[in-house]
Design a protein around this ligand. Structure first.
Ligand SMILES: Nc1ncnc2c1ncn2[C@@H]1O[C@H](COP(=O)(O)OP(=O)(O)OP(=O)(O)O)[C@@H](O)[C@H]1O
Ligand SMILES: [Mg+2]
Length: 247
């Protein structure tokens, strides 16, 4: 069976900076991939190309074997690729429940917009998804009133309403206190496992990487400098020296 997501020879530069330098990458179904690397290494650029937000100068992105290089982000969402952002993209004036209803209505396409949101969406599906991320009790609270950690969970819950095969998360724990990071990731990773969603997250906290990744890819200067099991990659001399700052 083909990989869930593959890239071939992806290349993109900004002025003189090569942000993606001929990247060949395969992500298999069921993996939990952590991408590590210093600031500016190209981790977000790679995500932006794979999710259709940036177009590469050269190379291809394949999703389930289909060439999606020139697809728009919205089309990729419909194909099963979901994404969360460093700053959650929520509907802050709406309640938590409404945020999930809006997300699900987007899944149904244009027609759903002519129906009242709560009619168009299965209430049980909303409740189940809220329960999965521990937000059931907060269903009627405006998104604006949630603390940062719960906003991140809401962002993930909205993505789950799209029934994704792949969830890409760019620094899911950024802006969350170090005491609640692990708990946040526990909830997120359990929810993704429960729904059998393949996960890919960018993370600077190596304890989180060790705990949740089945595979680690280390980015240096727009390239994949190391790729393998967490043990292998985190013990490589170049990774230790240039990313972890240890020897
Ligand atoms: N839209 C843009 N215009 C110009 N340069 C950009 C743009 N986006 C990224 N870059 C440059 O490309 C390189 C890779 O940036 P990118 O944001 O992908 O890094 P990153 O690994 O995600 O870093 P961080 O850990 O800080 O999020 C950097 O040198 C950055 O300055
Ligand atoms: Mg980034």
């Amino acid at each position: 069976m083909s990989a869930l997501l593959s890239t071939r020879g992806l290349y993109l530069s900004f002025g003189g900076v090569v942000a993606a330098d001929n990247i060949d990458f395969d992500l298999q179904r069921g993996e939990s991939l952590a991408v590590i690397g210093q600031n500016g290494a190209g981790k977000t650029t790679f995500i932006n190309i794979c999710t259709g937000f940036l177009k590469p100068e050269r190379g291809q992105v394949l999703f389930n074997g289909q060439d999606v290089t020139s697809s728009e982000p919205r089309q990729l969402v419909h194909l099963g690729m979901a994404r969360s952002f460093q700053l959650p993209q929520l509907f802050l004036d709406h309640t938590v429940r409404q945020c999930l209803e809006i997300a699900a209505a987007g899944r149904g396409g244009r027609l759903a917009w002519f129906t009242a949101l709560s009619d168009a969406v299965d209430a049980r599906e909303v409740d189940d998804t809220l329960a999965l991320v521990g937000l059931r009790e907060r269903a009627d609270v405006p998104a604006m009133a949630l603390p940062e950690g719960q906003r991140k969970l809401l962002d993930v819950a909205m993505a789950l309403m799209l029934k994704p095969q792949l969830m890409i998360m760019d620094e899911p724990t950024s802006g969350v206190g170090s005491d609640s990071k692990m708990q946040l990731m526990d909830t997120v990773m359990q929810a993704l496992a429960e729904r059998q969603v393949t996960s890919w997250f960018v993370e600077h906290d190596i304890d989180i990487v060790k705990r949740y990744a089945t595979r680690v890819a280390a980015w240096i200067g727009g390239r994949v400098a190391a790729d393998g099991t967490p043990d292998d990659v985190l013990n490589q001399p170049q990774v230790r020296q240039e990313i972890l700052g240890t020897r």
